[in-house]
Ligand binder design. Structure first.
Ligand code: GTP
Length: 405
């Protein structure tokens, strides 16, 4: 507490202004490093507003600049409101929601004009703390809840640092409001009073932790994006061939460990060349996408769908035996062929090869070749059907065409 007593508010305003500049600079630096997340510009603006507000205050306090009281209050209120509004808009943009900055920004005008609309009430520091504190508390609490919820939903622990910073500031604001209501409050923002000083210090901690938290969010987001690019097919969003073997080895080990079956479905759109030739390559791509979406919709969370290339896909079905995998393939076959494909206005069909991995770590490539053989048997039998081949050492029924529509 002695340390708090020794700190003077003019210096704290200066340091907080620098922290605002650091926040803005960090966001600009991340942008220059090539990250294009729209949240960066809102968070940079928040840092800039914090810097302008606090550095101006420091300048006025240090050099005893006489500023019209209502005018300086209006400027300070507008700046601090822009800080909180922009932080929330950035969080929304980061989470892929509309930032609503234009909707929120007029709050800065409202807080700036309060001193002109109700000069007597606004001259009372206690009123300002309660009204502004409550507004900032709500904005910060919303940002904290949004980040925390999405962090929990996605298992993203990195989001908890920024969420905690917002939550921490909301609690500080709540305590400040309670203190203003129940205890004596000095009538100037920068009055030298221990609680006031403590609030400044905690504001500085908020900006510092937030800067770290937001930078972490950005780097984590970038890492996830790179991972997505490495593991996903850019056209359909399904996993790509490169990630297949890693995925398959993991699932195979898991299924072996629990004694569970593991099945494969390989599928290929029929006569796709004629789709390209009739409707063009672009429409062909769209058909591939729509097929991928229908396939993905028809699977459980634990299943994984891969685009092997062209119009060929592979599906991994953990804990699924051959008979069940055939039923899944049949359901997918119907979902592909039952309704016309929007990009071309007509239906397409697909053929399916299904197999189950033999127990005892069957060579993965061999199982793939069997699924491929089954697929080409389905094509040979007339397309638009499911063909299953059991693993050689399994006791499952012999190879058979299981569905001839
Ligand atoms: N639009 C589009 N076409 C592709 C893509 N990859 C491969 N193709 C085309 O897909 C067609 C595949 O034709 P084929 O292998 O002859 O097979 P198909 O016409 O589907 O005939 P079947 O498989 O025997 O039923 C070729 O014309 C390729 O050029 C892609 O990413 N986009």
């Amino acid at each position: 507490m002695e340390l708090i007593r020794q700190l003077d508010t003019a210096t704290l305003a200066f340091v907080t202004g620098l922290a605002g500049l650091l926040l803005a600079g960090t966001m600009v630096g991340i942008r220059l490093a090539g990250m294009r997340n729209p949240a960066l510009r809102y968070w940079a603006l928040a840092g800039l507003a914090a810097a302008v507000g606090h550095l101006l205050a420091h300048w006025a306090l240090t050099f005893h600049v006489a500023m019209p009281r209502v005018g300086s209050l209006a400027l300070a209120n507008a700046m601090v409101t822009i800080v909180h509004v922009s932080l929330l808009a950035g969080v929304r943009a980061f989470l892929g929601k509309p930032p609503r900055w234009l909707l929120l920004a007029p709050l800065a005008l409202l807080t700036a004009s309060a001193g002109y609309v109700a000069p007597e009430a606004w001259a009372d520091m206690r009123v300002r703390i309660v009204v502004l504190g409550f507004l900032y508390l709500v904005l910060d609490a919303i940002a904290a809840v949004l980040l925390w919820r999405s962090g929990s939903a996605r298992g993203e622990r990195f989001q908890f640092v920024a969420a905690s910073a917002f939550g921490f500031n909301a609690v500080v604001l709540a305590v400040r409001i309670a203190h203003a209501l129940w205890r004596h409050t000095p009538d100037a923002t920068f009055a030298h009073e221990p609680f006031q000083t403590l609030v400044f210090v905690l504001g500085l901690v908020f900006i510092a932790v937030l800067t770290v938290g937001l930078a972490l969010l950005m780097f984590r987001d970038r890492e996830l994006e790179l991972r997505r690019l490495v593991h996903r097919d850019p056209l359909t969003g399904l996993f790509n061939r490169r990630s297949l073997f890693e995925h398959a080895a993991r699932e195979q080990a898991r299924c072996e460990r629990y004694g569970a079956p593991l099945s494969l479905i390989m599928l290929d759109i029929d006569a796709f060349k004629s789709v390209n030739d009739t409707y063009g390559h672009g429409a062909g791509d769209d058909v591939i996408c729509e097929t991928a979406a229908r396939v993905a919709l028809g699977l459980r969370d634990v299943d994984a769908a891969f685009r092997l290339g062209g119009e060929e896909f592979l599906i991994l079905l953990p804990s699924t035996g051959l008979d069940d995998a055939v039923a899944v393939a049949e359901r997918l076959r119907q979902s592909v062929s039952d309704t016309p494909m929007a990009p071309i206005g007509r239906t397409v069909t697909a053929s399916f090869g299904v197999t189950e991995l033999a127990r005892g770590h069957e060579d993965w490539e061999r199982a793939m070749r069997r699924a491929d053989t089954a697929l080409y048997r389905a094509k040979d039998e007339g397309r638009d059907r499911v063909f299953a081949m059991s693993a050689p050492c399994n006791t499952a029924p012999a190879d058979a065409v299981l569905d001839v529509p």
